[in-house]
Design a protein around this ligand. Structure first.
Ligand SMILES: Nc1ncnc2c1ncn2[C@@H]1O[C@H](COP(=O)(O)OP(=O)(O)OP(=O)(O)O)[C@@H](O)[C@H]1O
Length: 735
């Protein structure tokens, strides 16, 4: 059974995949390159998700609609008006401010139950309109109360907080605040923001003169003002409705303490809503606490046995080593941009997720040089310019960098600018970011999500990939996994009942052909320097030989651009260390072979000409030691026969040998031979070795001028300082 998540008014006919609607019409299936995408669209230009391309283009595409005819079990949208439960002023805002006439599935479920008097747990897939769903429910409750108490917009100041929304990130808080403002425009409600990174004094000053209808904030700042400002405390102590958006993230990780306190401080007779696209079992237990042990209703819009990722998001993985990420991404992004332009006559909107701040900074530098302007247009106060005009993309490619260690003004700026990238012109935009952008944030028109390495959890994978395919649009998500990471695929399959296939646009053979072409280009360029005796000619398959020539051109372009990338040793080392730190904190670490992980992660240094892994901070080494000890104990218990047959080695053997040969990570440059050999052995006939196209002379590189500005200095402590949590919405330090 295939399910379509669709928003609009009409009927989808079984078998014909046709949506017939009053005033709206949509349906489509189309061939994009070799890949079949099914797309669902509402053709209504004034709609914010009247989608890709012109009407004419859409009609042209929709001739392919009948190609995919499958059983559909689809929610039939209901007009907001038809419920007869929504106040006229809210209805007016839904139409005038948002251009929406029909409720989405989750909105439908909530509106049907209105007025909501108890506590709620709301679960629905990403991008299906949960924000408006909980806002409508809360606002209508407030409107009802104000009517009963005869309070109107011009009356006495409303001192008690009507609705308090807690968001894990600042970007999401601003987004919710903005939607609340628009939705209550005709009610004359006030919305106040309390987020970290902005002057609290100013926030409180504004608050003093406002009605306290709706407050939106991040946990740290909300708690701060609750505990330290009488003005805020007096209003918050009487909060009527408390809403936790992305509740599982708030309650499960990072913010446990703050959230516990907010729950304790808020009045017992409040209503509570917990909202998310994912609700782990653990969260359901924690929720009991949040609801003050009262009964609560669960509104689950995901059917039993169904995965949490929308069907209109095409998922895939690419099996690729950390040394080849840039080449793989260059190819994937270029072909996605081309596909969007050829098929839909629009630019691409791409989000690239990295696990740590340091890696966001480095991948941004590289992608900006490879595909964008190469300038740092996203700096605070910088004015936007045209994007790059490189490579096959004759239109601009704007590359942005966003993570939790940027100051708030810059973060808001970048977020605004990336959001504004339209879907109706041929410029493309790439946002290189951390998990600050993983949850809840709505960047309309995002067509492609790339995840680099494993995410923190399966839930995080779902939220990240959910930044595309929103509001019924089509989307595509790719995850780059090394051999060590691929246990993640089994976990997704087990938990989500979805098998993620290998990417068709960049299959194994093509990737290998690209790598070989790369080797050829490097070998040619270096023919005077390279010791030919050392350069083993790889044995190629027939396909590889044929494709080889084809890819040489693309690879030459890639290389000439990559040669301009200037990442210093220190930054690359910090990235490597931060990756290890990140892995130790993930759910998946318990399933990963640590020695394999170390070998693979070390390859992330190769593109920058570094063949030695840096010394690790003690805390991180100890964490790794304990992971290995635990794994070995578990292995011994579980399978002593196998263990013995493997010579008693197990993980310990594998890890220790690397570990020791790396001089316990204590010294660089002392084990070059081992490391160089190791990579050569593992890298497709010498790809890793020849990837050292840059002069590996540390002083040259350092003198090269690349410094990702003073921020580097803050990371000098490596793992510890680069990885520590430093603000209220920094989640668990990876941002
Ligand atoms: N009734 C509607 N009709 C059309 N579009 C809608 C409707 N409701 C919401 N949308 C749009 O759908 C998109 C996704 O909505 P929203 O951000 O609320 O999703 P979400 O379910 O909260 O996703 P996430 O789980 O990622 O937080 C937004 O662009 C929003 O404006």
């Amino acid at each position: 059974m295939q399910r379509i998540s669709a928003i609009g008014k009409g009927i989808i006919r079984r078998g014909s995949l046709r949506w017939n609607a009053t005033g709206t019409r949509f349906h489509e299936s189309r061939l994009v390159g070799s890949v079949l995408f099914r797309d669902i669209q509402i053709i209504k230009p004034q709609d914010t998700f009247a989608l890709v391309g012109s009407k004419k283009q859409f009609r042209a595409n929709s001739t392919l609609a009948q190609e995919e005819e499958k059983d559909q079990d689809v929610y039939q949208p209901v007009s907001f008006k038809e419920y007869g439960k929504i106040d006229q002023k809210t209805l007016k805002a839904l139409k005038a401010e948002f251009g929406y006439e029909n409720a989405t599935k989750v909105q439908n479920k909530i509106i049907e139950r209105m007025p909501i008097n108890g506590d709620l747990m709301i679960k629905a897939k990403t991008g299906t309109g949960k924000t408006l769903a909980f806002l409508i429910a809360g606002i209508e409750k407030l409107v009802q109360e104000y009517q009963e108490k005869k309070v109107d917009g011009r009356g006495k100041k409303r001192e008690k907080i009507g609705i308090m929304v807690v968001s894990p990130t600042r970007e999401l808080a601003f987004q919710i605040g903005e939607e609340a403002r628009r939705l209550t425009k005709f009610h004359g409600f006030d919305v106040s923001m309390f987020v970290g990174g902005e002057p609290v004094v100013r926030q409180l000053r504004e608050y003093r003169y406002k009605n306290h209808d709706i407050v939106v904030g991040t946990p740290g700042r909300l708690l701060d003002v609750w505990e330290n400002s009488n003005l805020f405390r007096e209003s918050a102590d009487q909060t009527k409705i408390l809403i936790f958006d992305e509740a599982d993230m708030l309650l499960d990780m990072g913010f446990q303490q703050e959230v516990d306190k907010i729950i304790r401080l808020s009045p017992k007779d409040r209503q509570t809503y917990l909202v998310s696209a994912t609700m782990s079992t653990k969260i359901r237990n924690v929720a009991t606490e949040a609801f003050g042990k009262k009964d609560f209703e669960i509104l689950d819009c995901v059917e039993k046995g169904e995965g949490n990722v929308l069907q209109n998001i095409k998922q895939s993985y690419v099996s690729v080593g950390w040394d080849k990420h840039y080449l793989a991404m260059y190819s994937l992004i270029n072909s996605h941009i081309k596909k969007m332009k050829d098929e839909l006559k629009r630019g691409a909107k791409i989000i690239v997720f990295l696990p740590t701040t340091k890696s966001v900074q480095i991948y941004y530098e590289v992608l900006n040089t490879l595909l964008g302007t190469g300038r740092h247009d996203d700096r605070r106060g910088a004015r936007g310019g045209r994007g790059g005009r490189y490579g096959d993309n004759s239109d601009g490619v704007f590359v942005y960098c966003l993570h939790g260690k940027k100051d708030q003004v810059t973060r808001s700026n970048i977020s605004k600018r990336f959001r504004a990238h339209g879907t109706n012109n041929t410029d493309s935009a790439i946002l290189v970011t951390s998990d600050v952008s993983a949850r809840g944030v709505d960047y309309p028109g995002t067509s492609f999500v790339i995840q680099v390495g494993v995410p923190g959890s399966v839930e995080q994978y779902i939220h990240r990939i959910g930044r595309t395919g929103r509001a019924g649009k089509q989307g595509e998500g790719v995850i780059l996994l090394s051999e060590a990471d691929q246990v993640f695929l089994d976990t997704v399959e087990k938990e989500q009942k979805v098998k993620i296939p290998h990417n068709e646009d960049l299959d194994r053979e093509m990737l290998s052909a690209l790598s070989n072409a790369y080797n050829d280009v490097v070998a040619k360029e270096k023919k005077d320097d390279v010791d030919q005796a050392d350069h083993e000619e790889p044995v190629l398959t027939e396909i590889e030989l044929n494709e080889r020539e084809k890819y040489v051109k693309e690879v030459q372009k890639f290389k000439s651009k990559f040669d301009r990338v200037n990442i210093d040793d220190e930054s690359a080392d910090q990235m490597y260390t931060s990756f290890l730190g990140f892995y130790t904190s993930t759910d998946i670490m318990s399933k990963i072979n640590p020695s394999l992980l170390l070998t693979h992660l070390a390859k992330s240094l190769l593109p920058f000409g570094i063949v030695d892994t840096p010394p690790l901070p003690r805390a991180l080494r100890e964490t790794f030691d304990s992971i290995i000890t635990k794994k070995n104990n578990a292995m011994r218990r579980q399978n002593s026969t196998n263990y013995n047959r493997r010579g008693g080695g197990g993980f310990n053997m594998g890890f220790k040998s690397n570990y020791n040969r790396n001089d316990s990570f204590a010294g660089k440059n002392s084990h070059k031979n081992f490391r160089g050999k190791n990579f050569r052995d593992e890298n497709n006939a010498g790809f890793g070795e020849s990837y050292k196209f840059r002069d590996n002379n540390a002083s040259n590189q350092r003198g090269g001028g690349y410094r990702s500005n003073d921020r580097n200095d803050r990371h000098k402590g490596g793992y510890n300082s680069g990885y520590s949590r430093n603000d209220d919405d920094n989640l668990y330090s990876r941002k």
